[in-house]
Design a protein. Structure first.
Length: 262
């Protein structure tokens, strides 16, 4: 099985992909030398751009838009190679070195593909990855969205056995944290307990097989849609957001909430 998979990596039909990557690298080289804007960019000046493009890709995936997905994958790929070129210009590190280091890293992470290690399912693979880290939290960026970071932390410790047996544990923890928030009076303590509550909610979501980031994103979208309908209804009644009372807006909200499909 391993030999077969390795042969697939050397498939000559992959040549067009290699040629396309080389063309993109040549494009980046030309831009880096000839374009006044591209030639001035640094890792620091573009650090937020890669985040922006990644979110645009996520948005395209959420909308299931094939054209946008293709475009955004291309943009992320362009930026990754552009970063490699900038790093070469700034630090003298050859992009080929970056790529070969990455290839070695992922070969080592997949001994069930490139060696004779028996890892029969995805849980075994994840357990292998985390058990072989000196610090299981290494590589966890502080810029990661907090909900996603909490989920990642919990997933990592769960792979070494530190986890609840069912969703009942985290459900009780959510109730416990809510009670603690009600008891606390000091601002700093409330902030701490609220953080604990969010962490517990993420844990509950994980045990219910719910992605908290996706769930909150959907809730945000639902809220926006409903509030826009509140605004439209007020216009029909000859009113507006600035004129309507909270009671009036709340009543319309409840009407919309109970309509089918709202």
């Amino acid at each position: 099985m391993t030999r077969k998979k390795n042969r697939q990596m050397n498939d000559p039909t992959r040549r067009p992909q290699v040629d396309a990557i080389n063309a993109l690298i040549e494009l980046i080289s030309a831009l880096r030398v000839q374009c006044p804007w591209d030639s001035k960019q640094t890792l620091r000046s573009l650090k937020n751009k890669i985040i922006e493009e990644s979110y645009e890709l996520v948005d395209a995936i959420e909308k299931d838009d094939p054209g946008a997905i293709k475009e955004e994958i291309g943009d992320v790929l362009f930026l990754a190679l552009f970063f490699a070129r900038i790093y070469h210009d700034e630090k003298g590190v050859d992009p080929a070195t970056l790529i070969s280091t990455t290839v070695k890293k992922y070969r080592d992470k997949h001994p069930h593909v490139f060696k004779d290690r028996d890892l029969p399912d995805q849980n075994a693979v994840l357990r292998y990855w985390h058990e072989n880290k000196e610090d299981m939290f290494s590589g966890l960026p502080i810029t990661l969205p907090a909900l996603l970071s909490a989920k990642t932390i919990q997933e990592r410790v769960s792979k070494v056995g530190f986890d609840w047996d069912s969703h009942q544990g985290p459900l009780e923890k959510v109730k416990e944290e809510l009670a603690e928030i009600e008891r606390e009076k000091e601002k700093e303590a409330v902030i701490e307990e609220f953080g604990d509550l969010l962490f517990a909610c993420v844990n509950l979501a994980r045990h219910l097989s719910v992605d908290p980031e996706d769930a909150l994103r959907a809730a945000n979208s639902k809220f926006i849609g409903r509030f826009r309908r509140v605004q439209d209804e007020l216009k029909k009644r000859g009113s507006s957001l600035g004129k309507a009372s909270l009671q009036e807006m709340d009543a319309i909200w409840d009407e919309i909430k109970h309509r089918k499909g709202s």
